[in-house]
Design a protein around this ligand. Structure first.
Ligand code: NAD
Length: 422
């Protein structure tokens, strides 16, 4: 393991997190771990330091400390090192296993790949995890936002998002068209004239490792159910296979710990036995209705890339939107926490925006470390702060009364509440 970085600020103290068990991905977490942090672009320089302050307070209140390792990507990396994503950044995150990042602007122009996608792919972070739960005091467009407490596991590497597609009018797309029509006997489906074609790979390997991550999470967090969301009624061999592989995995790897919804009714009369997780499935369009009408029946959700993108945004809107929505990417024994929102360049450096999304992403990271007490403290302190009416501009304009504070002041108020609550 190399610890000689040139383009990284190595902390003076702190110990490295290591893998404890190759098979399960379990980690050895010291009480003073080194954790890489990318502040990110635009408002990243506002929400990054605010998050650090809050996580430091939560670690300290629970008898620990975090040794931050500043690493660079995006604009800050271009300014300092004249490159978008230094190899050292990727290596540091890979070697330290658990990291947090703010938003990165996707540079506009030919040849620029999204840095976020590059990071997730290089580190093989195959699960994008989006918790959606309501924080008391946050304005919401629905009547009972508190009914939502769902964690979406979105597959991150496959599906129509894999980037296998050809542009209309190119030789390549015509080759694909001829292959389909002449060799695969696809007749009378593709209209004559210009057409773009994309491919949707859904593999057993990709599906099972994602669903395994979701079931393991449900067991560890004592959640009741995992719902497989798919359009298998139409896309039988891709989305339908995802569902089938999910049930197969549940049966093969989890024994009595995981039961199906059919078992629940046929064997247990609808009474879920203590300590079990129920695996069920829903068609994606129906699921978008269900999260509005039967919100509290859903817990952990496992789904493919495109469904997951739509669903987690819809669920996020129910609990207050972008300033609040946290996220994380999981790989095997790896976690890269990041808020759902982007770099909102027009507010950059104004000490104005809401750091809650990145702070709650930090909470996911603490949970991943196994620091549940610190993670809960962060959530409770955020809730205490917002419900007392101390909020940033975005929430202030939606509530009556309340005190509008800057990003940094909001973080200070959360730190005070951490000290009070601990
Ligand atoms: P955005 O999320 O940056 O901003 C959209 C709007 O949402 C903002 O104008 C603001 O009104 C609001 N908003 C976002 N975050 C907020 C916060 N913390 N507090 C208060 N209000 C907030 O989306 P965009 O404008 O589409 O994207 C800007 C850039 O960010 C693009 O380059 C995009 O590629 C990138 N992006 C990065 C990520 C990531 O790093 N994971 C995610 C999404 C977008």
């Amino acid at each position: 393991m190399s610890m000689s970085y040139e383009k990284v600020e190595v902390p003076a103290e702190g110990e490295q997190i290591t893998l404890a068990d190759e098979e399960t991905g379990e980690l050895n977490v010291p009480e003073n771990p080194i954790i890489p942090i990318i502040y990110g672009d635009g408002i990243g320089t506002d929400v990054g330091p605010a998050t650090q302050k809050v996580l430091d307070a939560a670690a300290e209140a629970t008898g620990r400390s975090i040794a931050w390792m500043r690493v660079y990507a995006g604009e800050s990396a271009r300014e300092k090192y004249d490159e978008n994503l230094p190899e050292d950044t990727v290596t540091a995150i890979r070697e330290h296993r658990v990291a947090i990042k703010g938003p990165l602007t996707t540079p506009v122009g030919a040849g620029f790949r999204s840095l976020n996608v590059a990071l997730r792919q290089t580190l093989d972070m195959y699960a994008n995890v989006r918790p959606t739960y309501h924080i008391n005091g946050v304005p919401s467009p629905v009547k009972s936002p508190e009914k939502m407490d769902m964690v979406t596991f979105r597959e991150n590497t496959e599906d129509v998002y894999a980037g296998i597609e050809w542009e209309a009018g190119t030789d390549e797309v015509e080759q694909v068209r001829s292959f389909l029509e002449d060799e695969m006997e696809v007749a009378d489906v593709i209209h004559d004239g210009p057409v773009g074609i994309g491919i949707k790979p859904i593999s057993e390997f990709g599906s099972k490792r994602l669903i395994r991550e979701a079931i393991d999470y449900a067991i560890a967090q004592e959640r009741d159910s995992v719902t497989l969301v798919h359009k298998g009624n139409i896309m039988k061999f891709t989305e339908g296979a995802f569902r089938d592989w999910g049930y197969e995995l549940a049966e093969e790897e989890y024994g009595d710990e995981v039961i199906t919804e059919d078992d629940l009714w046929e064997e247990y009369d609808g009474e879920q036995p203590e300590g079990t997780v129920v695996v069920k499935d829903r068609i994606a369009d129906n699921m978008l209705q269900q999260i509005l009408t039967r919100t509290d029946e859903y817990d952990v959700v496992a789904t493919m890339n495109l469904n997951g993108d739509y669903m987690s945004d819809a669920a996020g809107a129910q609990i207050g939107g972008l300033g609040i929505a946290p996220g994380a990417n999981f790989g095997h024994g790896r976690c890269l926490a990041e808020p759902v929102h982007g770099s909102a360049p027009k507010y950059a450096g104004e000490d104005k925006v809401n750091p809650t999304a990145m702070i709650l992403s930090g909470r996911e990271m603490l949970d991943y470390l196994g620091w549940k007490d610190a993670a809960d403290l962060v959530r409770d302190a955020v809730e205490e702060t917002i419900s007392s009416g101390t909020v940033t501009y975005d929430l202030h304009r939606q509530i009556e009364g309340g005190t509008k504070v800057a990003t940094s002041e909001f973080a200070d108020a959360i730190v005070e509440n951490i000290e009070k609550l601990s």
